[in-house]
Design a binder for this molecule. Structure first.
Ligand SMILES: Nc1ncnc2c1ncn2[C@@H]1O[C@H](COP(=O)(O)OP(=O)(O)OP(=O)(O)O)[C@@H](O)[C@H]1O
Ligand SMILES: [Mg+2]
Length: 356
């Protein structure tokens, strides 16, 4: 099976949901013609960022084979994920692609010691033949996140701090030795001061274990610090994507510019994520079903054409941007401010793993 050098190849995927309420009978494209690929030989951290209801979790469900696309394909290591059927194939796929979820307390049963769960994971995925051998595998995974089996031994989930239990859930995802980790808002329930310690684990996995990570987040500060590339999602579309410095230091799409400006500048411990600053509600379904650019109703630069047809991707300054302002190249857009020279890039401080 040819992989074309790609670990993951997402080809024009779309997911349609039928919605009720005022817009009853309408179709909502929670994922709308999205394409991107991850290289097989060059592990990276690829971030999907966007406000609540932009389609991030729906896209991640496609990548985890938890949902089939309405159209388009997800190809993992050369194989169309929709064709993975049967216990053996599903297990083989799950070994390669592991999730980390937002709420670690949902991953672990409150009634079981966390080590039991980790040991079961090791035997279940064939990493160890018996419990004694599994203990060594579990300890190795915990050490990769700055913990050890001794530290979590005999503990129930509630006896660990929020930062520790989320690191244990990253360790759980590492046990099957995946090539790709899909982390959906892994730090949004973790204290702001501990977030960097956890996302730093992803950086180390990329560099030392050659694991690729798809990092889904509201938090542009951590995204800026750890990502190689970032894709900004709005109402089912990727509206801008490219190297993280280009996209966040010199945002081109008016929506990315809004997000960038909404990143609070004061001390990180006071930070609320920008997602909370944006009023949503009924706007969501309206924007999803709007003809043309989904951002037209909020965009300060809106033009007639934006309300007539979906903008295509324009390739400008090393990234793809879905905005008619760039139909004639970079000069045609609103005046750009290079935020990297203004000290306004999201502040992110690396932290010591040992601190949580
Ligand atoms: N099973 C479903 N049936 C109908 N609509 C759905 C379903 N799942 C998601 N949606 C809708 O699809 C859109 C995208 O939802 P999704 O959960 O993917 O967004 P998100 O970016 O992950 O949001 P959040 O940041 O709040 O987690 C939303 O409008 C949501 O209401
Ligand atoms: Mg979500």
């Amino acid at each position: 099976m040819s992989t074309n050098g790609k670990l993951l190849d997402v080809q024009h995927v779309t997911v349609a949901f039928h919605i009720g309420g005022l817009l009853g009978g309408a179709k909502l494209l929670a994922v709308n013609d999205i394409s991107f690929a991850l290289d097989s030989d060059r592990p990276e951290i690829f971030t999907l960022a966007g406000e609540s209801g932009s389609g991030k979790t729906t896209l991640s469900r496609l990548l985890l084979h938890d949902l089939d696309p309405t159209s388009g394909k997800v190809i993992f290591e050369g194989r169309d994920v929709a064709t993975i059927k049967g216990r053996r194939d599903v297990m083989a796929f799950m070994k390669q692609v592991q999730p980390v979820f937002q709420n670690p307390f949902e991953t672990f049963s409150p009634l079981r010691r966390v080590e039991e769960y980790l040991i079961d994971t090791a035997t279940h995925f064939g990493r160890a033949k018996n419990r004694r051998a599994a203990a060594a595998v579990v300890d190795e995974a915990l050490r990769q996140v700055g913990l050890s089996l001794e530290e979590v031994s005999k503990r129930y989930p509630h006896e660990l701090s929020g930062g520790q239990i989320q690191r244990v859930s990253v360790a759980r995802a590492l046990i099957p030795q995946p090539r790709l980790i899909l982390a959906d808002e892994p730090v949004s329930m973790v204290d702001a001061s501990l977030r960097m310690a956890i996302v730093n684990v992803f950086k180390r996995l990329r560099d030392e274990q050659r694991v690729s990570v798809i990092y889904i987040t509201h938090d542009l500060a951590t995204a800026y610090y750890i990502s190689d590339r970032i894709a900004i999602m709005l109402r089912g579309y990727i509206v801008e994507s490219g190297p993280v410095e280009a996209v966040l230091d010199r945002p081109l799409h008016p929506y990315t510019q809004l997000l960038q400006e909404s990143v609070p500048k004061p001390a990180p411990e006071d930070q609320e994520s920008w997602a909370k600053h944006i009023e949503l509600g009924t706007l969501e379904a309206k924007e999803y079903t709007r003809v043309g650019c989904k951002y037209a109703g909020r965009c300060p630069h809106v033009m007639d054409i934006c309300r007539q047809a979906d903008p295509p991707d324009f390739f400008v300054d090393g990234r793809a941007v879905k905005c008619y302002l760039y139909a004639d190249g970079p000069e045609s857009g609103p005046q750009l401010i290079d935020r990297s020279t203004q000290g306004a890039a999201p502040a992110a401080q690396p932290q010591d793993l040992g601190k949580s």
